[in-house]
Design a protein. Structure first.
Length: 270
C-alpha cells in the first residue's frame, strides 16, 4: 500500500493510487505526491555487534497538531505554546499511543442540571458542532480581514485627494464589519474552546486581546463618524486622528491574522 500526500492541504491518502480529488481541498490527483517511507535494512547482524540505535519517537501536540521528533516532547509547542503534557506519542500511522494529561474540571453547573439547562446545553453544543463542521470562523473572519484594508485605503485616498464618495464608502463598509464582528468573535470563541481546548497560552491570549481591540476601534470609528459626519472632511482638525485610529485598527487585524495563520499552517511543514 502506497502513501500519497496532497501538496495543497497536506491530506494523507493510503491506497495503491492517489484519489481522483482530495476530500479536504478537492485538489486533483496530479497534486498528490507519493511519500516514500523508510524501511529498516534486514541484514543479519554478525555474532558480536553493537546495539542498533533506537529510532526517535514522534510526538503530536493535541492542541494544534504540530509533530515533534525526539526522545521526549518539547517543553512547549513552538506553534501554539501548549505545555509538554499536551503532547501524545504517535506511531508511524499517526495514531496516538497514549492520552494527554488533562485536569478534570469540577462540575460547577451540576446543581443546575434541570430540564431547561439540559435543553440549553444541547442547543449550544449543536451550534458549536455546526460551527466546527462547516469552519464558520475561518469563513466569517475573512469578511473583516478583506474589507478593513479597503476601508483604510479609501480613507487615506479621501483625506489626501478630498474625495467624499470614498469616505462614505469606507463608512458603510465599517458598519458592515461592525455587524459581522459579533459572529466572528462567537465562532472564534467556539473554535478556541473546542478545537484548541481553551488553552490559555500567549498566542491565544494575544489573539483574544487583538479581537477586543478591533471591536473597540471599529465602534469608535463608526460612532464618531455618526456623531460628527464631517470628521474626515477637508479642514477638520480630527481627520488625521481618525485616519490614525483606522491605521492602528488595521495593524491589530494584521497581527491577529498572522497568529491565526501560524496556528493553521504552523504544523504543516513538519
Amino acid at each position: 500500500m502506497s502513501k500519497w500526500e496532497c501538496s495543497v492541504c497536506g491530506y494523507v491518502h493510503r491506497e495503491e493510487a492517489p484519489p481522483e480529488q482530495c476530500p479536504v481541498c478537492e485538489a486533483p490527483a496530479k497534486m498528490f505526491k507519493e511519500v516514500l517511507e523508510e524501511k529498516p535494512e534486514t541484514v543479519a547482524p554478525p555474532a558480536a555487534v553493537e546495539p542498533q540505535a533506537t529510532v526517535s519517537k514522534r510526538w503530536r501536540c493535541t492542541v494544534c497538531g504540530y509533530v515533534h521528533t525526539g526522545d521526549e516532547p518539547p517543553e512547549k509547542c513552538p506553534v501554539c505554546d501548549a505545555p509538554k503534557k499536551m503532547f501524545v506519542e504517535i506511531d508511524a500511522e499517526g495514531k496516538a499511543l497514549s492520552e494527554p494529561v488533562t485536569e478534570e474540571a469540577a462540575p460547577a453547573m451540576a446543581p443546575l442540571a434541570g430540564k431547561e439547562h439540559k435543553k440549553s446545553s444541547f442547543f449550544l453544543a449543536k451550534i458549536a458542532a455546526l460551527s466546527l463542521k462547516f469552519h464558520l470562523h475561518p469563513i466569517t473572519v475573512h469578511f473583516p480581514n478583506g474589507i478593513l484594508p479597503a476601508v483604510v485605503a479609501f480613507l487615506a485616498i479621501s483625506v489626501y485627494f478630498n474625495i467624499v464618495s470614498l469616505e462614505t464608502a469606507a463608512y458603510y463598509n465599517l458598519i458592515f464589519v461592525l455587524l459581522m464582528l459579533p459572529v466572528v468573535l462567537l465562532t472564534g470563541f467556539i473554535e478556541w474552546q473546542k478545537r484548541y481546548k481553551g488553552i490559555k497560552t500567549a498566542i491565544f491570549i494575544i489573539k483574544i486581546v487583538c479581537s477586543l481591540i478591533v471591536l473597540a476601534l471599529v465602534n469608535v470609528l463608526v460612532f464618531w463618524r455618526l456623531i460628527d459626519p464631517a470628521v474626515v472632511a477637508e479642514g477638520s482638525p480630527s481627520r488625521l486622528i481618525y485616519l490614525g485610529i483606522a491605521g492602528l485598527m488595521l495593524a491589530v487585524v494584521g497581527l491577529a491574522g498572522h497568529l491565526g495563520g501560524k496556528l493553521v499552517f504552523g504544523a504543516r511543514g513538519n
